[in-house]
Design a protein around this ligand. Structure first.
Ligand SMILES: *Cc1c(COP(=O)(O)O)cnc(C)c1O
Length: 382
């Protein structure tokens, strides 16, 4: 048996050697995908190695028990690193669940909204609206503010937040329309934040929030895992009879192992967090993210062919949305960026135009390639 296992490992290694050789001659692709988004190359490499031989077990991470010692360590470290990067304290429990951020649209009200209570929602885009829509199926929802009047191109700021709310739900970064909260709202009630598309991109004191959730696939890891950090003191107040899989307390009690967790996405998220920490943490990446966004927005403003879509003070460092003045020239621009090995900058189908996502793992070099293409396009067609 042992011989067969070793033989298989050898074949796999042989395959991966060939791939490495190919990568060397392959031209680098500049990946601006909005999600699933770019991950650090060293994370991808380590993740692929774990698929063959995880933790020197001579077994794939994909074929071992989630209750093995080796995997329990992964879960523990992923929780601890999340808490560290979000500056949480011992009141908070970190979970990794399946179902995507969309599942949290339902789980948040199911766990926090009392039958005679009200939750406040701020509608700043597609995801925020979907979150509110799910909550409305569970209890009373008040839309406190919305930027729908201007196609979600700004963040509403002055709105009253009643102390009586069970919670206030906000979206820190609006992935589709390209706006981002720069100042957190002030509220006496717990704040729940969907951080799917800017988690770990800037310094955030997580203790400001009652609950933070984030689908992994934008800025944290691959699709399949969703991080939830919740102040445990908020739970157990709804008097609702709860489905086990929908109950945060059940998942907390079993350390995110009530059922089989999404083992591989959690592992890759852990590798990404290790990468972030090793390089200097959130402070380090925040500066780089600011620089990348500044370089691109400056070019959009300078370049006579393009306009940024959102209000300047609210525009996102993660998803940069812009349109072209002469839409009929889009095919020409598309030819240029494709030739430069740029990928993933087509705007969301609901918005059109272009969207360049500048997640943590995207290097400045890629932004420079994009702005060079934009300048070249202007030279040719202005
Ligand atoms: C992508 C996204 C979602 C939806 O995530 P899923 O994991 O696909 O359910 C929710 N909120 C925000 C802000 C997003 O960017």
């Amino acid at each position: 048996m042992r011989k067969i296992a070793l033989h298989i490992v050898f074949l796999f290694n042989f395959g991966s050697d060939k791939t490495t050789k190919r990568t060397v001659i392959m031209t680098k692709v500049h990946n601006f995908s909005a999600g699933p988004g770019i991950l650090p190359p060293e994370v991808l490499k380590e993740a692929s190695e774990a698929c063959i031989n995880f933790d020197n077990m001579n077994l794939s991470l994909l074929e071992i028990s989630h209750r093995s010692k080796n995997y329990e360590k992964v879960m523990e470290e992923a929780r601890a690193l999340t808490a560290e990067l979000l500056m949480l304290n011992e009141n908070y429990k970190v979970l990794f669940l399946g179902g995507g951020a969309s599942m949290q649209f339902a789980m948040v009200p199911y766990n926090l909204l009392r039958s005679n209570g009200t939750a406040g929602y701020v509608k700043t885009g597609v995801w925020a609206s979907k979150a509110a829509k799910e909550a409305e199926l569970i209890g009373n929802v008040k839309i406190l503010a919305s930027s729908e009047d201007k196609n979600y191109s700004y963040i509403p700021k002055q709105y009253p937040v009643s102390n009586e709310l069970d919670y206030l739900h906000i979206t820190s970064n609006n992935t589709i329309y390209g706006t981002q909260l720069r100042r957190w709202p002030i509220a006496r009630c717990p704040i729940v934040c969907d951080m799917s598309s800017d988690i770990f991109s800037r310094k955030v004191d997580g203790k400001m929030f009652g609950l933070i959730y984030a689908g992994a696939q934008k800025n944290m890891g691959p699709a399949g895992a969703t991080m939830v950090a919740v102040d445990e003191r908020l739970l157990g107040k709804t008097e609702r009879k709860m489905l086990s899989m929908m109950d945060y307390r059940v998942h907390i009690k079993s350390d995110s192992m009530f059922n089989t967790p999404p083992v591989f996405p959690i592992y890759v998220s852990l590798l990404t967090m290790r990468w972030l920490k090793k390089n200097g943490g959130v402070e380090w990446i925040e500066k780089i993210n600011n620089d990348k966004a500044n370089v691109l927005y400056n070019e959009i403003e300078r370049n006579s062919m393009f306009t940024a879509v959102c209000e300047k003070e609210d525009r996102s460092n993660m998803n940069v949305c812009f349109v072209m003045h002469k839409a009929e020239l889009e095919p020409e621009f598309d030819k240029l960026w494709k030739a430069a090995n740029i990928s993933g900058i087509r705007g969301h189908r609901d918005v059109g135009g272009y969207r360049a996502s500048l997640y943590n793992a995207l290097p400045m070099e890629s932004v420079n390639v994009l702005i060079d293409v934009m300048a070249e396009f202007e030279k040719k067609f202005a």
